[in-house]
Structures are given as C-alpha cells and as structure tokens.
Design a protein around this ligand. Sequence first.
Ligand SMILES: Nc1ncnc2c1ncn2[C@@H]1O[C@H](COP(=O)(O)OP(=O)(O)OP(=O)(O)O)[C@@H](O)[C@H]1O
Ligand SMILES: [Mg+2]
Length: 249
Amino acid sequence: MDRGILSEAIYYPFCGLIGPKYCACDQGNEAFKLWCQSQEVQDALKKKRRKEIGKSLTFSEIPVHWKEKTLASLDGQEPLKLTANRYLDGFQKFREQGTGMYLWSEGSGRGKTHVLSAICNELIQRYLVPCIFMTEEQMYFRIREAYQNHAISEKAQYRKFMEVKCLFLDDLGATKITPWKNEVMTGILDYRLNHRLPTFFTSNFSPESYEQSLQSSSIARPGRITSRIYEMCRSFIIEVQGEDFRKKL
Ligand SMILES: Nc1ncnc2c1ncn2[C@@H]1O[C@H](COP(=O)(O)OP(=O)(O)OP(=O)(O)O)[C@@H](O)[C@H]1O
Ligand SMILES: [Mg+2]
C-alpha cells in the first residue's frame, strides 16, 4: 500500500472506468478525490453523460427537425422565452406538482412546436428526464398499430404514454375526435393527472375553443379532456403571439 492506493484494480460504475482501489483511510480518501478530479475521470463522465443524453433523445422519438431547437434559436418572443426559462429553472418543483404547459395560437408558424421541442430538449440535456415527443395523432397511431401487431402489446404501448415522466403532444385537436380517441386521451390524461406527471401540449385551439369543438362532436362527456388540461397546465396556459415565421423563411 502506497499513499492510500492499493495494488488491486476495480470497476467504477459512476464513470465507467477501471481504476485503482483506494484504502478507506484519510490518505486513501484524498487520493480517490484527486483521481475523481483527474482529466481521465472528467472526460469519462462527459462521455457517459453524452451517451445518456443520446439515448434519452432516441427514446423521446423527437423528430430530427426538432432535435436541435433551442430557446436561444427563437427570434424575439421574449415574454414566451422568459416563461419557458422560468419553467425550466423551476422544473424540480413543477415536476413534483405534475405541472405541464399548453401553448396555443389560432395561426400557424408562431413557434409553438419550436418552443415545445426546445423545452423537451432542455429537460433531457439538463435533467435527463425520460420524455416522449410526438403529435397527438402519432400517439393514436402507435396505440392502434399495437392492436394490429401482436408483437407489440397494446397495453404496454398505452401504458408507455401514461407513465412516461414527461409527455409532449404536438398539435392537439388537429384531427377529428372519435369516441375511441376520446377514451384513450381521457384515460392517459387521467392517469397522468393522478400521478402528477407533467404533460405539454401545442394546439391551434385555445382550451375554451377546443372544449367547444369537442362539445359539437358526438363524443360522450366532452369536457373531461379540457377539464384535466386546465388542472395540469394551470399557470402555463399560454397564447403564442406573433406572425407566421414560415412566411419569413
Ligand atoms: N421566433 C422564431 N424564431 C426562429 N424560428 C422560428 C420562430 N418562430 C417559428 N420559427 C420556425 O418556424 C417554423 C415554424 O414554427 P412552428 O412549427 O414552431 O410553428 P407552430 O406555431 O407550431 O405552427 P403550426 O400551428 O402550424 O403547428 C419552425 O421551423 C420554427 O423553428
Ligand atoms: Mg406546430
């Protein structure tokens, strides 16, 4: 034994490296601390984190177009950026409350999906939270696909959307609601509300007009979806102002 460093080598899961074993004495603790600060360990930690972020991004299914969007790459929209940053900074608290966000504007190209994806990217980069990002319609497609494909359990697919730590649903209300979609969405939102799991939406409808559109459809108890959205997103129901950015491009 020399300066608390033993001759044996062991695997350190925290950085994924094999390193020397350290004695439990003061000298050993000091030597271990020094090793942790070394370039070798710091580089291994960075590499491990990059790998974990990459895995989380793949798991999220966020499309390539949205993978690199950030709040910094959004021109103008200062109040919206401030609100999104307030949410990101306070995420630990909002997460415990199950608070999500509802971004809406009647017009297109205002940056709703841009901001939604920037928040998803940032939650993955900063907090490594498991997220799923897709349109409402894609989510139904996934669940329907599981009905037809016996290799994927429909229940497991349904549970994935219920249980994922953060669910991002783009374009809520973009297609016609059906009794089946109503049942699926209500079930998912009900579970997420009861388990305080944040859910984020974009829509071309305000919550009020979305409720009206559901009321004019033939589904039973049309207020159930919007009522849950109000509770889940209460302080973050935001109208996104501005012009159609796509016309400027
Ligand atoms: N303020 C902005 N700064 C930079 N890029 C922007 C801004 N607003 C929108 N964009 C870009 O313009 C394109 C359209 O924006 P986005 O898809 O977010 O609009 P949207 O409000 O979701 O529209 P829709 O209602 O049609 O879904 C995207 O590529 C987005 O990155
Ligand atoms: Mg959009």
